[in-house]
Design a protein around this ligand. Sequence first.
Ligand code: IMP
Length: 429
Amino acid sequence: MSNVTVIGTQWGDEGKGKIVDWLASRADIVVRFQGGHNAGHTLVVGEQVYKLSLLPSGLVRGKIGVIGNGVVVDPCALMIEIDRVTAQGLTVTPETLWIAENAPLILPVHGALDRAREAARGDRKIGTTGRGIGPAYEDKVARRAIRICDLAEPETLDWKLDEVLLHHNTLLAGLGADTFTKEELKAFLAEITPRLLPYSCAVWDRLDDARRAGRRILFEGAQAVMLDVDHGTYPFVTSSNTVAAVAASGSGVGPNSVGFVLGIAKAYTTRVGEGPFPSELYDAVGRTLGERGHEFGTVTGRPRRCGWFDAVLVRRACRVGGVSGIALTKLDVLDGLEEIAICVGYELDGEKITSFPSAPGAQARVKPIFETMPGWNETTAGARSWAELPAQAIKYVRRIEELIEAPVTLLSTSPERDDTILMRDPFED
Ligand code: IMP
């Protein structure tokens, strides 16, 4: 029996929610290990629709949810989410939600700086979610973050706030944005402390106990490898590492606890925000994918850019992400298309290349090389076995496996939890 780590292999929004929910029902503990409330997914359980961005999905299934030290925690967003799911009938208590005491907080200064910087960038903006994720991670690395455990030490908070304000007010003033006073931030922290502190604990210790007791742990990644701060389309990325290795450091367990790495890939590609996207479609097919796939950002509501499956990028994501198997989602969105294309390489300044370059100029200049194949007329929506899939759809999946050099372990054929074809149970690996 193994643990499972789920990561996105494209630019996020691969349909992780449904897969994580399915896996969560078979796990004991579900752990978020990076990102913050920039992530978002919708879980449908019976009549209830849960919109989560910071809470681990397992809570919806009555499992223990953990927010690891690798996550940046916006206390207001967290409390709003807890209140929302509580009103929907879930019970969130310090027994069911553990938050790492060494997790850094997102403060109001971080959102303000994120938005002021994006505004100042103009045409060169990154297209962030504006939620302060980047500035909060910067503060963590710069050693001035306020961490949850600091809330219990007024004397620590006092000097740390001086450091935070010195840095952020200088930047905010330079950008022509409103600055903050120490009293404002103190009042903010005083308000959230009594609600937040009871959840805080030594997550690493509890997870170690859980591991020894043989409990199944599901590590729930947010964003995706192409948004990873090292391996993604830098600088058009998020500010955390999103690869599976971070499940360990972002929650305080050893690398051997990561277990089976399930990479989620959509049967085509989407992206929100700015940045290179070689297989992007600007035509009616792109619009069809967007409409059929309901491709609007869960967090910001922005329409997602759509394009063909990029096998080169997913192959890279599988390699750097340590992917053991792929869950391919939204195959049904391709139903009825006359022809389907897969990006199998690029042309850069007249030369053929088979991997994605690292420099932003070259990333923007690459032109996709497509391999095309006929589509299928039959519907794949709702299929629960290979036998129910049209031959052409099976060929498409097999070709993807060949190109990305990873097996498709799970195929999702509709938003319904049970419309899934399982080739291999990741927990039994
Ligand atoms: P940030 O994470 O808010 O700093 O945004 C940086 C980039 O990551 C932007 O392009 C966002 O649109 C993108 N991003 C962040 N979180 C997600 C996500 O959960 N899904 C898809 N894109 C995301």
